[in-house]
Design a protein around this ligand. Sequence first.
Ligand code: ADP
Length: 438
Amino acid sequence: MEAQSLIIGGILIGALGVLAFVVGRLVHQRSMARHIATNGVTKSANLADSLRDEKLKSEIILNAIEDGVILLDDQKTIQLFNPGAAAITGWQADEALGLDFHAVIRLVDEKDSPYTEDQNPFNRVYKEALTVRDHEATLVSRSDKRISLNLSVSPLFDQNQEVNGAVAVFRDVSEERQQERQRDEFISTASHEMRTPVAAIEGYLSLALNDKVSTIDTRARSYLDKAHAATKHLGTLFQDLLTSAKAEDGRLSNHPRVVEVGECMEQLAQDLRFTAEKKGLSVELVIGSNQTIDASSTHRIIRPLYYAHVDPDRLIEVVTNLFDNAVKYTPEGKISLGLTGNDSVVQIYVRDTGPGIAREDVPHLFQKFYRVDNSATRTIGGTGLGLYICRKIIELYHGKIWVESELGKGSTFFINLPRLSTAQAEQMKAAEAAQPAT
Ligand code: ADP
């Protein structure tokens, strides 16, 4: 899907280039015409010819391309509406010209809710003075049909560098989105169906490896050990594929409630430290800005209460994933699990002393199937789905996940979640308790 978006993005950027040229030529022609008129200069036959030629070329391009192209003025009124735009939106150019863009380009999100003014890429361009791309938008056509769009809107500037217009290029990608949905559905069904036989194979291999029920020689044991590890990996892959397909279409099971994140992290640090210690890595839990607690410590300390409204199982899944990655990619040193925050945010972090992540990889890390290509990842198994799933889960709770890393020094993965005040938490807990159990 990302490759497809890139290709389509490339085409759109190409089209935008052509368009910038065309719009530039039109503006140039107008100013030339004005210049000629105001100065009373006699038109030379050559200039008139070349202007006509340029205009013709611009019109040919705008009329020929399938992509929709529209031009808005400083009042966000439609000034140019090519046949591509008419075909996609169902509006004729003579109807659309002179209208506010809202009337013609009605955008909704995947839940069919209309875009808010702040979300609308056209408004954002006027506000942010930057090109805005939206590959998820859906257009409501004139006859109320839903059309999936790939949209790119760029600002136009006056002499003072103020935005005085916008040009939009868009393409109907309904067919591609439909194919994407079918592909995701197939992955979801296939991984669901394949989990059962894989679990059965894993179970029988465990039995074969169990001294109490089977007798095997050393060589057979070493083969079965490898088969068992590979089957476990396959099981994880199917589970990850299923989870990511569910996350994509909003079917991820999710039962949020008021959670005291500190308590959750203390328990988790106890459970997770074994995997790290098995590899010779030390583990610490840091609560607040400077309270460091050995992960094996059972002492209770007085600390702030960090409440958030999340599904604790999902939060544990995310932190476990980050912790497992830290263990997996760190050959030696320490892993720190941290919890801190301010009035509005609960922040969890997982810090390691591993190899770090190159700056150019960081923006892609939370994309589906992205794995950094280096000697470590070539030998260490993985699917490239873990961080993608983490992001999808954290976004369910209106949180944010990101990484800060330096090559050779280690990485820190951060999660920010909206924090509930103690009063809010008490109130919500009381409401939860009053609800009948499901
Ligand atoms: P994988 O199954 O490959 O671990 P993830 O989505 O969990 O998939 O991680 C994506 C990539 O991010 C990994 O392939 C790895 O290159 C990099 N990565 C994740 N965590 C760390 C870490 N703690 N240190 C270094 N690299 C990491």
